[in-house]
Design a protein around this ligand. Sequence first.
Ligand SMILES: *[C@@H]1O[C@H](CO)[C@@H](O)[C@H](O)[C@H]1NC(C)=O
Ligand SMILES: *[C@@H]1O[C@H](CO)[C@@H](O)[C@H](O)[C@H]1NC(C)=O
Ligand SMILES: *[C@@H]1O[C@H](CO)[C@@H](O)[C@H](O)[C@H]1NC(C)=O
Ligand SMILES: *[C@@H]1O[C@H](CO)[C@@H](O)[C@H](O)[C@H]1NC(C)=O
Ligand SMILES: *[C@@H]1O[C@H](CO)[C@@H](O)[C@H](O)[C@H]1NC(C)=O
Ligand SMILES: *[C@@H]1O[C@H](CO)[C@@H](O)[C@H](O)[C@H]1NC(C)=O
Ligand SMILES: *[C@@H]1O[C@H](CO)[C@@H](O)[C@H](O)[C@H]1NC(C)=O
Ligand SMILES: *[C@@H]1O[C@H](CO)[C@@H](O)[C@H](O)[C@H]1NC(C)=O
Ligand SMILES: *[C@@H]1O[C@H](CO)[C@@H](O)[C@H](O)[C@H]1NC(C)=O
Ligand SMILES: *[C@@H]1O[C@H](CO)[C@@H](O)[C@H](O)[C@H]1NC(C)=O
Ligand SMILES: *[C@@H]1O[C@H](CO)[C@@H](O)[C@H](O)[C@H]1NC(C)=O
Length: 422
Amino acid sequence: MLKLGLFFVVIFSLSYISAHERKLSTYVNPGCSLPPGSTRTCDDLLLVHIRSEGASDTLHHIWDFSRHPSLMLALTEKNSSLRVDWPAYVGAGAHSVSFTSRPLYVISVVVAGIIEFNDTDDSGAMRDATNQESRLIGIDGVQWRLVQPITNDSNTVLMAVEAQLANHTDANGTAPVQITMGAFGGEKRDSDLPHMLHSSNMSQMDITLDHLPPTYPRSRFGVSLLAATSDPGNATLRYADTRNIDDEYAPGVFKMVELLSSGVKSQKFELLDDDDDSSNSSSEIQYGGYVQWRPVVYTAPSRDDSQATRSVHYGIAACCSDLSQLRHMLPYKLFGNDSDVAYQMTNVTFGQPEDGFYNKTRFASWTFVVGIGSPAEETLSSFVMHMVLLGLGLPLVLVVLGMLCITVRRLIQNKDDFFLSQ
Ligand SMILES: *[C@@H]1O[C@H](CO)[C@@H](O)[C@H](O)[C@H]1NC(C)=O
Ligand SMILES: *[C@@H]1O[C@H](CO)[C@@H](O)[C@H](O)[C@H]1NC(C)=O
Ligand SMILES: *[C@@H]1O[C@H](CO)[C@@H](O)[C@H](O)[C@H]1NC(C)=O
Ligand SMILES: *[C@@H]1O[C@H](CO)[C@@H](O)[C@H](O)[C@H]1NC(C)=O
Ligand SMILES: *[C@@H]1O[C@H](CO)[C@@H](O)[C@H](O)[C@H]1NC(C)=O
Ligand SMILES: *[C@@H]1O[C@H](CO)[C@@H](O)[C@H](O)[C@H]1NC(C)=O
Ligand SMILES: *[C@@H]1O[C@H](CO)[C@@H](O)[C@H](O)[C@H]1NC(C)=O
Ligand SMILES: *[C@@H]1O[C@H](CO)[C@@H](O)[C@H](O)[C@H]1NC(C)=O
Ligand SMILES: *[C@@H]1O[C@H](CO)[C@@H](O)[C@H](O)[C@H]1NC(C)=O
Ligand SMILES: *[C@@H]1O[C@H](CO)[C@@H](O)[C@H](O)[C@H]1NC(C)=O
Ligand SMILES: *[C@@H]1O[C@H](CO)[C@@H](O)[C@H](O)[C@H]1NC(C)=O
């Protein structure tokens, strides 16, 4: 029974994969040239462009580490290409990044800053900034350094960068902020925890805060994110926490937090899906995007569930009264103040009550993915959950099936008898 079920799931996922594969090719600072005497040189910049060609369209991943860590996904017609006007780009010009045809959909996420707050009552969550000490560590001035050669594989692209922060020197010389990026040609589960399900329609960012010196006795850290989507200006992103099995013994691993553009369906876990509200609005839109993460933060480089705490997310706020403060960020370089773009901010912090604060391990590592379309469905893992939950129910299923077989057989026999008697 179980083997048979697994067999079908495997067959199903195999056929699913081939229909959604894309071919990747990677370009670093494509066509970069700057006039002598510019404030920056091409060597200071790091803009990675991955062309991900599907059967009928092209998905462009742009990972920009020239200032803020930024990623962008743009879905375009198949033959559309990226254009960067480098002098305007360095001068923070709107529309210095463009495509040869108007993209069908764009979603971009920027790590706008690192948050540090004093969790005075060990609640795990940042309260109103007014009654709690908190600060935003700007990271726009830092120089990102490539630490891992970019893999230029047509199926997976991986890259790691790191940065020192101003005034920060660690005894061991590890960089306090480390980021790894991934883009994928097909559907496959990440071999590292938290085992995100990768598809060809997403980019993954993994951000690690390693030995950041805490300012407060009860410091916790987090990130402030800017999200930009090519939805009409008043369309808002919304949070959907996918309901899931009780995860008391493996915090966060069985939950998924999703930030969805309007009309995008929340990820489905077959077993627990009880046709929630989001199912009816989805038919109206053609494209949409999402940001997705498991609310788990690893507190040791080894990444295992016993050394983990939770991530906490807060509300979404429209950004900003003055868009010019975004002018150094990748989405502004594409959209400027176009009216059909929604810029929004949200915060995510790392830690939960009684985990000893950041200072205990001085390490926090958190992973999220950004995708176009609707989040991939968790077929295999929901299958596993089925099995866990059906552990006791399985014998019952066998009994029912057995009875069904007998009944069918009887019916056939009866039929034969009927024909014989004719
Ligand atoms: C990746 O491969 C493509 C061709 O397949 C090549 O044009 C490009 O320069 C390569 N990029 C890097 C970063 O090696
Ligand atoms: C892209 O393809 C479309 C048709 O598929 C064609 O009309 C258009 O001219 C092409 N554009 C470029 C830049 O090749
Ligand atoms: C931070 O919280 C701790 C514990 O409540 C408190 O003693 C301390 O004064 C707070 N602020 C600073 C800057 O240390
Ligand atoms: C770095 O340290 C100097 C002197 O200690 C201080 O003036 C400056 O504000 C610090 N810079 C940052 C970004 O903290
Ligand atoms: C430096 O690294 C060693 C071994 O990797 C470790 O035992 C030690 O705690 C580290 N010290 C700091 C300050 O990170
Ligand atoms: C990826 O996007 C394409 C449309 O470009 C869509 O047909 C496909 O279903 C998407 N794949 C996944 C896994 O969402
Ligand atoms: C962090 O913990 C160390 C001991 O592990 C302690 O010496 C240090 O004062 C703590 N830092 C803060 C800001 O509380
Ligand atoms: C967005 O604004 C347009 C025009 O101002 C309006 O027609 C539309 O109903 C608004 N949509 C939402 C979701 O508020
Ligand atoms: C969808 O939800 C809305 C809001 O509850 C409801 O009014 C409508 O009848 C449902 N059907 C659709 C398509 O929304
Ligand atoms: C954006 O809007 C500001 C004023 O709101 C204006 O000064 C600026 O020129 C606009 N930029 C673009 C690229 O349209
Ligand atoms: C995120 O946190 C920072 C620092 O506490 C705060 O200033 C900002 O208003 C927060 N943003 C949102 C959208 O909550």
